[in-house]
Each structure stands twice: as C-alpha cells, then as structure tokens.
Design a protein. Structure first.
Length: 137
C-alpha cells in the first residue's frame, strides 16, 4: 500500500507571510502617523525621483507597466509623478514622507516641519527599511 505524504509548508509559509504583511501594514500606518508634516512649496516636486517601497506600500499604489517604469527611470524620475505633482500623494511611500524631516534628507528649498523627526522614530524606520524587501516604486 502506498502512503502519500503531502507536505504543507506552503500553507504555513503563506500564513506566516500574511501575518508579517499585517504586522508591516500596522508599522507603515504608525510611521505615517508620526512622521512630522510640513507645507511644501506649492507645485514643487524637486525631491521626487526613483524611490523604493515595501510590498505593503506597493500594494496600495496603482500598478505601472514596465514601459512606464523604464521611461521614469531613464529620466531619473518616479512613475507616479505627473505635471501637477504626485498622483499618489495620500499613499506616497515612507521615504517620500521622510524627505525634509531629517538632516539626512534636507529639502533643497529649506522647507521643514516645526520639529524634525524624532531620531528614535527615524532609527525604527531605517530598521524597517533594512528588514523589508523593498522594490523600486
Ligand atoms: S520637500 Fe522641498 S523639494 Fe521636496 S517637494 Fe517639498 S518643497 Fe519641494
Ligand atoms: S511617490 Fe509621489 S512623492 Fe514619492 S517620488 Fe513618486 S511622485 Fe514623488
């Protein structure tokens, strides 16, 4: 008599992946809430360019074709940037939100929030960047 053993690592891997995703979604939400905000120069997008984001952030962005990605990259740009600025502003990745809030990413026009980002929070965000598989937006 044959006995068949059907291994189930995929199911448990998928479950782990889902748990990690939920955990990371919560982290992204937390970081978004706590990164200080400030008013940019209206219409300015001088800090936009090719940026990386986690799968959790990517899942909230509209998909872009390979051609759109290639064109943006050839111009050292972001595929979500249009004539009137960022087309995904409310869902823009963490790195876009960090710009201007830390000495590492200073706004070239001197814009900044009243208080720069808490260094501890910045460290946590950097840790998140290191731990997640980030892809080009
Ligand atoms: S942070 Fe500075 S460079 Fe970036 S959009 Fe705002 S004003 Fe422009
Ligand atoms: S996602 Fe928006 S804010 Fe970020 S680089 Fe692209 S266009 Fe700029």
């Amino acid at each position: 008599m044959h006995s068949f053993f059907i291994p189930m690592p995929l199911a448990s891997d998928a479950a782990k992946e889902r748990t990690l995703m939920t955990h990371n979604v919560k982290k992204v939400r937390f970081f978004r809430r706590h990164i200080p905000q400030f008013a940019c120069i209206p219409g300015c997008h001088d800090c936009c360019g090719p940026v990386m984001a986690s799968p959790e952030e990517m899942s909230r962005l509209p998909e872009k074709s390979e051609a759109e990605h290639a064109e943006a990259l050839a111009n050292w740009n972001c595929p979500h940037l249009a004539d009137n600025g960022c087309t995904v502003y409310d869902e823009r990745p963490l790195v876009c939100r960090l710009f201007g809030t830390t000495a590492r990413l200073l706004c070239p026009h001197g814009r900044h929030p009243e208080m720069m980002i808490d260094p501890e929070l910045e460290k946590r965000i950097e840790g998140f960047f290191r731990q997640t598989r980030r892809v080009l937006v």
